[in-house]
Ligand binder design. Sequence first.
Ligand code: PGA
Length: 248
Amino acid sequence: MNKHEIICTTDDDFAEVAAGILFEAFSKANNPLVSFPTGTTPQDTYKALVQKYEDCRDVWDNLRYLCLDDYAGLPETDERLFKNWLGRELLDPLGIKNRITFNSAATETQAEAQHIQSYLDQHGPVDIMILGLGSNGHLAFNEPGSDFDSATRLVDLTQSTIESNARYWGDDIRRVPRTGYTLGLGDIMKARKVFLLITGAGKADILDKTLNGEITKDIPASILQNHPNLTIIADKSALMKKEDPRYG
Ligand code: PGA
């Protein structure tokens, strides 16, 4: 197992600390290709990035945003699309114009996935990959059972992900699409730098399994144990098992 860095914040200053660390990484990189996650975890971090650093034009003009995952089969203007969610929360306020995204409305889904994979093959790897951790151990839409060398593809979402994502839409499960595009675990593992963001006691168990358990396809995030350049940024609640000596 590679040694990873764990940054433990208080439950209150997670967003502030995470924003500072990410901004420093963006500032030091040259025209970085960056993937951002959606979800509850990074929301306040994105607010902090906007509040504290929106004037840093040179950093934002220098950054290329690459979609991490997104729903398939929706009209391009649909508010549920992750690229539109990220647009509202982060990319528009920061004026990030360089965006490489899935075309959700594409009818040739395999060709659409290949289009993003080709971009990665030519212009990758991802320089700075920021990830959230699913309660079921997924990374992006790489659900349990995903191959560790998987590429960009269309996937069926698991019932647990569909149920979990309904909370963004008034708990209306009918509003959650059943398929999505995702970068594969193979390309996540090729990223030059990975930041994994985790908050809350509800994630303590899956974080512990991810970092200290068996590397298994049942918990896709467990493959990150083999990543050579991983930083975990987590609040105290998510790290409540940290006293365990296996955290090192
Ligand atoms: P969450 O989602 O931040 O809303 O918990 C994380 C994920 O499913 O990747």
